[in-house]
Design a protein. Structure first.
Length: 450
C-alpha cells in the first residue's frame, strides 16, 4: 500500500513540473521511414483550392520553429535541409508545447497520405481540414492523428544554419525557411513600444540604413509580448513567411535578436534641384490615349525623384485635382523622363515604352486647359505650367489638341509661369499661341528634347 501511495505521489509531482526542457523519449523515434517526394512536388499538387493528398508519399524536413516562447501556436515549420534549404513547409497541429516533442533542429518525417494541402496568404500548409461557409480549408491536425503522420527521426538533433542575407535579398525562394537578416533596426517611431499589444497579433517594422523595410510579426500571447523593442542595430533570425502584403519575419524568442550595434545615422536621400523641370506636355488632337508629360534633367548627374510629386489643377481649380508620387523614379543626367496615362497605347503610337505608366485622370492626362506643378521633397514648387486658379481655355497656357514645349534655352524650372519660356500649339491660337492642332505621332517627340 505504501509503495502504491508513493508511486501515486511521484506521478502527481512529475505531472506538475513546469520545466519541460527534456528530450523526447528515444523509443518514439523512427528508423524505417524514407522520404520519397520533394517539397516542389508536394506544392505542385495545389491548384487554386485545398486538396486531400492521396499519394502514399513521405516527406522529410528539419524543424525550424518553436512554441516554447509562445510566438508560434499550433504550427510546426520545417525545411528540407539544416543548411542552404531549397524549400520549406508548415503543418498545422493541435498540440501544445510541441517544442518538447519536436525540438528545433530535429529531423522529422511526415506521411502525407490523408493530409490536406492548402495555401493561405502565399504560405503552403499541411494539416487536417475544416469547412467554413462551404469552403474547405486546412486546419489543425487533431492530436490523436498527429502520431499517424508526424514522426521524429532517430538522428541526432542538428545545428541549423540560417540563410544569411539582407532585406534586399529576400525572395519567395526563402519563404518558410529560417533566415538571418543583417543590418536592420526597428523603426524609430516604434521605439519604446512593446513587441506586441497584449492578446493581439502585432506588426513591428524593421528598417535598413537605406530605408528598406521588413515586417516582424509578433503574438500578443508570447512570453516577450510586453518587452520593449530594442534600440540598436544588428541581425535578426526567424522564419520568413510571405503574404499578399509582402514578406514578414517571425522570431522564436528574443535570443533570435542581436542588436548590439549603433543605429543608422539619418540618411539624406531626398534632394532638390532647380534643374528638373517640365519640358513637354501633349494632348494630341487625334488620340487622347497618346497624351504624356515629359520632364527633363539639365544636370550633369542623375538625380533621385524620391519625395517629388507632380500635381494637376483641373481647369480653374485652386485645390489639387490629382497628383503623382515620383519617389520610385530616377532621372538620368541630361535626359528626359516620360509619363504616360496609357502605357499600352503610348507604345503602340510612339513605338517606345514610357518611363512611367500611370492611371487615366492623372496629371499626365490633361486635356490642355489644366495647370501643373512639379514639387520637390520639401514641398517647394520647383516648376509650374499655367496659372493656378485660371482655366487655360483661350489663354497663353492652353495646349488643347496640341502641345506645349519648353524652349531649348531654358535649363531651370520656374515656379512662376512665364509664357516666353514655352512654344505652345493648340486649336485656337489665342493670346500668342500657335493655331495649329498637333497629331500623334508625327508632331510629338516624347523622350527627345528638341
Amino acid at each position: 500500500m505504501k509503495k502504491a501511495i508513493l508511486s501515486l505521489i511521484l506521478i502527481l509531482v512529475s505531472s506538475c513540473v513546469k520545466d519541460q526542457n527534456f528530450d523526447p523519449p528515444k523509443s518514439t523515434c523512427s528508423l524505417d521511414l524514407t522520404a520519397n517526394v520533394t517539397y516542389a512536388q508536394v506544392k505542385n499538387l495545389y491548384v487554386d483550392k485545398t486538396i486531400q493528398i492521396l499519394e502514399d508519399w513521405v516527406i522529410e524536413g528539419y524543424v525550424i520553429s518553436s512554441d516554447k516562447a509562445g510566438n508560434f501556436f499550433s504550427v510546426l515549420h520545417f525545411q528540407d535541409s539544416p543548411t542552404s534549404p531549397t524549400g520549406g513547409l508548415q503543418i498545422e497541429i493541435d498540440l501544445r508545447d510541441s517544442h518538447v516533442f519536436y525540438p528545433v533542429g530535429s529531423k522529422i518525417f511526415i506521411k502525407l497520405k490523408g493530409l490536406y494541402l492548402g495555401k493561405s496568404k502565399e504560405v503552403f500548409k499541411l494539416g487536417g481540414t475544416f469547412i467554413a461557409f462551404g469552403n474547405v480549408s486546412v486546419g489543425r491536425l487533431p492530436a490523436v492523428a498527429i502520431g499517424n503522420h508526424v514522426f521524429v527521426s532517430c538522428d541526432e538533433i542538428v545545428q541549423l544554419l540560417p540563410t544569411l542575407g539582407t532585406v534586399d535579398a529576400v525572395d519567395n525562394a526563402l519563404a518558410n525557411t529560417l533566415v538571418t537578416i543583417e543590418d536592420v533596426e526597428f523603426l524609430e517611431e516604434e521605439l519604446g513600444l512593446p513587441f506586441a499589444v497584449e492578446r493581439e497579433e502585432t506588426e513591428r517594422t524593421l528598417i535598413t540604413c537605406s530605408d528598406r523595410e521588413l515586417i516582424v510579426l509578433n503574438s500578443g500571447f508570447s512570453d516577450f509580448q510586453a518587452e520593449t523593442l530594442p534600440e540598436g542595430n544588428g541581425s535578426i533570425t526567424g522564419i520568413l513567411i510571405e503574404d499578399k502584403d509582402g514578406f514578414k519575419l517571425i522570431v522564436r524568442d528574443l535570443n533570435d535578436i542581436d542588436f548590439n550595434q549603433q543605429r543608422c545615422e539619418d540618411l539624406v536621400d531626398e534632394f532638390t534641384s532647380t534643374q528638373i523641370f517640365i519640358s513637354e506636355l501633349a494632348d494630341p488632337d487625334n488620340n487622347i490615349g497618346a497624351r504624356f508629360v515629359e520632364l527633363y534633367n539639365s544636370h550633369t548627374e542623375a538625380l533621385s525623384l524620391k519625395g517629388w510629386t507632380l500635381r494637376r489643377y483641373t481647369n480653374a481649380n485652386t485645390e489639387v485635382s490629382s497628383s503623382l508620387d515620383l519617389s520610385e523614379l530616377n532621372i538620368e543626367a541630361l535626359s528626359t523622363l516620360v509619363i504616360s496615362p496609357n502605357a499600352e497605347e503610348f507604345e503602340r503610337v510612339y513605338g517606345s515604352i514610357p518611363d512611367f505608366g500611370v492611371r487615366t485622370n492623372s496629371p499626365a492626362d490633361s486635356n490642355g486647359d489644366d495647370n501643373l506643378e512639379l514639387v520637390d521633397p520639401f514641398g517647394v514648387v520647383m516648376d509650374v505650367f499655367g496659372v493656378i486658379g485660371e482655366d487655360g481655355t483661350g489663354t497663353n497656357h492652353e495646349f488643347e489638341d496640341g502641345r506645349a514645349v519648353r524652349n531649348l534655352n531654358i535649363l531651370n524650372g520656374n515656379p512662376m509661369y512665364t509664357f516666353s519660356e514655352w512654344t505652345i500649339y493648340n486649336d485656337s491660337g489665342e493670346s500668342g499661341t500657335i493655331d495649329q492642332a498637333q497629331n500623334a505621332p508625327q508632331d510629338f517627340s516624347p523622350g527627345i528634347r528638341d
